[in-house]
Design a protein around this ligand. Structure first.
Ligand SMILES: Cc1cc2nc3c(=O)[nH]c(=O)nc-3n(C[C@H](O)[C@H](O)[C@H](O)COP(=O)(O)OP(=O)(O)OC[C@H]3O[C@@H](n4cnc5c(N)ncnc54)[C@H](O)[C@@H]3O)c2cc1C
Length: 811
């Protein structure tokens, strides 16, 4: 066994084997995989191993396409052909119009990745899958490339190719401990001796947290018991003369594929069980949980009704095994939060279908620093410190129970709610707030006009339209108050703080005291990594000179990792998170100055406190830091308050607002208003796939200022010209917004992808942002957007159609 290598991948299921193989494809051959038993002896060996192309984001469709192409190639390798039923096709069924809208949207997303899904009616579903009844069925989504693969052969094939490229695999070698050294390298302790390495990868399936504990980390991954059975041969299958396509049924929570001349039927029962929460028997290897078909009776009845032929078929065998879930259903593939040189590929609940793609994305991140697609949707840092074992279990159960019922836009399910709140949460609830969740934080989306007000979730404009319009009108004409909790805030101090930040950002640092500026951080490839508001706070009785770094709530762990990773050992820079201690109240609208003046001493006139100023003050008796910034396009103030004083500040503002027609507003109104101003959202419009020029942020770049991360790469990109350009679209129609991921078309040709969309209530337009081919980016250009299956005419318009001269924010 080697005692020194570059990467040690721990775990020999599909996740580990795919990562190892792809590391060698990236050119790293001095890599090792250690497996405590035989390859595939965790979950992989007994997987139903269906391989689908379906995804709800372009990244997911793209990485699954990679799996399919790779598996096809492996199946055609004459030296070691893997048994792969490629292209049997598959149908996701639907019994509601809203689900059908969803499928149309997912087909629009897939088209942009070169994948052709088809939305078909009930009769066509039955024609393609002759065993199903059309009772209570509207139609479905057809994925032509669905199939299934032999999981053992697949892993052996990947291992074989990795070995050929120089990788080594040590079976029956359990990892027993991990030690990290001062230079961030690792020693991996095994029962066969130690291996020193630069980088470790946790690919341990349901044992993820045994290895996590060895590095002092808890991963938000929970195992669930999951069952399928195999039937005896079914005559109708042989009679059909073709293989049965895969089925996924959100109506009765089962899936199905052909196995020999019978069927494999898997269940997502409501009466489901977590597994291994209090520890896993070390001898659970190549093992299954006891069968428990009683638990799935309800699901089984639905499956029998959908496929009557099942009633005649005998059960050949039952499989019940652990399958891993995360908080939002997507896996954790990327850097481990708070650690250096440590990655994971865990929480895979569809690891056979996705594993080829996830290993590919992870190897790129390890070797190149970034994957070809923006990987935020699978980034392990997307969950904050609230994601403990209890919350993970609740969300895993909820997700399992809804396996095939995708989330609708703005749908936030009830399990594990109130994980992160502020003193205002119950106050806003009493005011009628409808909350949504951002990185665990409960944030008001809008305020219900009556206690029994509810929306019908779907892909079209819903009942909240008029409610949001009224909140926007209040902000536009009078004044609105909103809580923006969970906003990420780091306090950066030290003699080298300015120099450090100057190196991290691509533009000019706000250096004047008591001033605020918007800045962008790039990766080494010159692509957009983060967006931050930097505020220079002069020394005062509240502290020394300091810089506040504010960024999106979701970026908490991501941005901290990125900053710490680039702080040099000899730099005097301290970074402290205030995210859990401070909350923002946004006061916005033409009368916001009057309200602020009523509760806070000092000169708040346009001359006394100009746009982008900062002041430490009091709101009533609450200490606060006020910034003159606006995300709405109206005169506005961000009021940063310690949580202990939040209620005092809120009460003072509410009382002063009475005379000025103040109304509470939520994030839905803020979202609508920012679209009218051309303002961007991190990880909606600000992605690692695009540079600042492509994203319309050239004014935030200063290539002449000296070195910064990504400068050389950005300069080269600038010389080459943009591959895509972010534009604002005015979309025709009032039926539905353009949803993120939707394809932008010219007849027969995909020319772009929507990143954000919604109604601009002040301009009275259906607006969207999209990255399009630069030759289609000029204002006035006519395009089509595939919105839930309708080719909807759209026109490129100048960014920020509301108050383009920006007079209102500076009023
Ligand atoms: C019943 C069932 C049906 C499924 N059907 C499908 C399907 O149709 N399609 C699909 O895509 N997915 C399906 N899945 C999910 C899929 O099987 C899993 O996502 C996938 O197998 C997970 O692979 P993995 O490599 O992450 O984990 P595992 O296969 O569990 O591999 C982890 C490996 O790590 C090793 N390990 C653990 N601890 C250590 C240690 N300390 N030292 C060294 N090695 C260690 C283990 O021995 C194990 O071999 C199904 C799952 C189940 C249970």
């Amino acid at each position: 066994m080697k005692t020194q290598t570059r990467v040690v991948v721990i775990g020999g299921g599909i996740a580990g084997c795919s990562t190892l193989y792809h590391l060698t494809q990236e050119g790293w051959s001095d890599v090792v995989l250690v497996e405590r038993d035989e390859l595939t002896s965790g979950t992989t060996w007994h997987s139903a191993a269906q391989v689908t192309n379906f995804g709800m984001t372009q990244t997911m469709v793209g990485l699954k396409s990679h799996s399919i192409a790779l598996y096809k190639e492996l199946s055609e390798d004459p030296d070691y052909p893997v048994n792969y039923h490629h292209g049997d096709g598959g149908i996701r069924l639907a019994n509601t119009d809203a689900q059908m809208d969803g499928y149309r949207h997912f087909a629009s997303i897939a088209r942009g990745m070169g994948v052709d899904f088809e939305v078909i009616d009930a009769a066509e579903c039955a024609r393609r899958h002759p065993l199903i009844s059309t009772e209570n069925l509207i139609g479905g989504l057809w994925d032509p490339l669905d199939g299934d693969i032999d999981p053992g052969q697949l892993c052996q094939a990947l291992a074989r190719r990795a070995r050929k490229a120089g990788a080594e695999i040590y079976r029956h070698t359990p990892v027993t401990g991990l030690t990290q050294h001062g230079d961030d390298s690792w020693t991996v302790h095994t029962d066969k001796g130690d291996i020193a390495c630069e980088i470790v990868v946790n690919a341990c399936g349901y044992r993820v947290n045994e290895v996590g504990a060895m590095m002092g980390v808890h991963h938000p991954v929970m195992s669930m018991e999951h069952q399928y059975f195999l039937t005896e041969p079914i005559a109708a299958i042989a009679e059909a003369g073709h293989r049965m396509p895969l089925l996924r049924c959100p109506i009765s929570d089962f899936y199905c594929r052909q196995e020999k001349q019978g069927l494999l039927l898997g269940f997502y029962e409501q009466d489901c069980r977590t597994w291994g929460m209090d520890g896993i028997d070390p001898h659970f290897v190549n093992a299954l949980c006891p069968d428990d078909l009683d638990r799935v009776t309800d699901v089984l009845e639905g499956a029998f009704a959908r496929m009557p032929a099942l009633m005649e078929a005998g059960i050949h065998s039952v499989v019940n095994g652990p399958i891993t879930y995360t908080i939002d259903g997507a896996p954790l593939v990327g850097p481990i939060p708070g650690k250096r040189n440590a990655f994971c590929i865990i929480g895979l609940r569809a690891g056979l279908g996705e594993g080829g793609g996830h290993g590919w994305m992870l190897a790129q991140q390890i070797v190149r620093g970034e994957a070809c697609y923006d990987s935020w949707g699978i980034d392990p840092r997307r969950f904050g410190p609230h994601s403990n074992v209890e919350l993970t279990a609740l969300k895993a159960i909820e997700d399992y129970q809804n396996e095939f019922r995708f989330h609708f836009p703005n749908e936030h399910r009830p399990a594990g709610r109130m994980a992160r709140t502020t003193p205002l949460t119950p106050v806003l609830a009493a005011e009628g707030a409808e909350f949504h969740v951002v990185n665990g934080w409960e944030r008001a989306e809008y305020f219900k006009p009556s206690p029994d007000f509810a929306v019908t979730h779907g892909f079209r404009f819903d009942e909240s339209f008029d409610v949001v319009a009224a909140e926007v009108a209040a902000v536009q004409n009078a004044v609105g108050l909103s809580e923006v909790n969970g906003f990420n805030r780091f306090e950066i101090t030290g003699a080298d703080a300015q120099g450090f930040l100057d190196r991290m950002i691509c533009g000019r640092l706000p250096r004047r005291p008591a001033r605020v500026g918007l800045v962008y951080l790039l990766n080494q490839d010159g692509m957009l990594k983060s967006e931050a508001t930097l505020a220079n706070i002069p020394a005062s009785s509240r502290g020394p000179d300091r810089i506040w770094y504010g960024s999106a709530a979701a970026s908490e762990l991501h941005d901290m990792d990125w900053l710490l990773q680039h702080r040099r050992a000899d730099e005097d820079v301290q970074i402290r998170s205030l995210t859990n201690d401070q909350t923002i109240l946004v006061l916005a609208g033409p009368k916001s100055r009057a309200v602020l003046s009523a509760v806070s001493r000092g000169d708040w006139s346009a001359e006394g406190f100009s746009w982008l100023s900062l002041r430490e003050c009091f709101i009533g008796i609450a200490p606060a830091t006020v910034m003159g910034v606006s995300f709405s396009g109206e005169l506005a103030y961000e009021i940063h308050v310690p949580n202990a004083s939040l209620y005092a500040a809120y009460s003072a503002l509410r009382a002063a607002g009475v005379d000025h027609g103040m109304r509470l507003f939520g994030s839905a109104a803020a979202e609508a208003m920012r679209l009218e101003k051309g303002y961007l959202h991190w990880k909606s419009d600000i992605l690692t796939e695009f540079d600042p020029y492509e994203t319309g942020l050239a004014r935030f770049v200063d290539l002449e200022k000296g070195d910064f991360i990504g400068r050389d790469a950005l300069q080269a990109r600038k010389a080459a010209g943009p591959a895509r350009s972010l534009v604002t679209l005015e979309v025709e129609g009032t039926l539905a917004p353009a949803h993120p991921g939707a394809s932008v078309m010219l007849p027969g040709d995909v020319v772009g992808t929507v990143t954000s969309g919604g109604w601009g209530h002040r301009v009275g337009k259906n607006l969207a942002y999209a990255f399009v081919r630069p030759d289609q980016g000029a204002p006035g250009t006519g395009l089509l957007v595939d919105i839930i299956g309708k080719m909807t005419p759209a026109r490129v318009i100048p960014s920020g159609p509301y108050d383009p001269a920006n007079t209102r924010v500076k009023a």
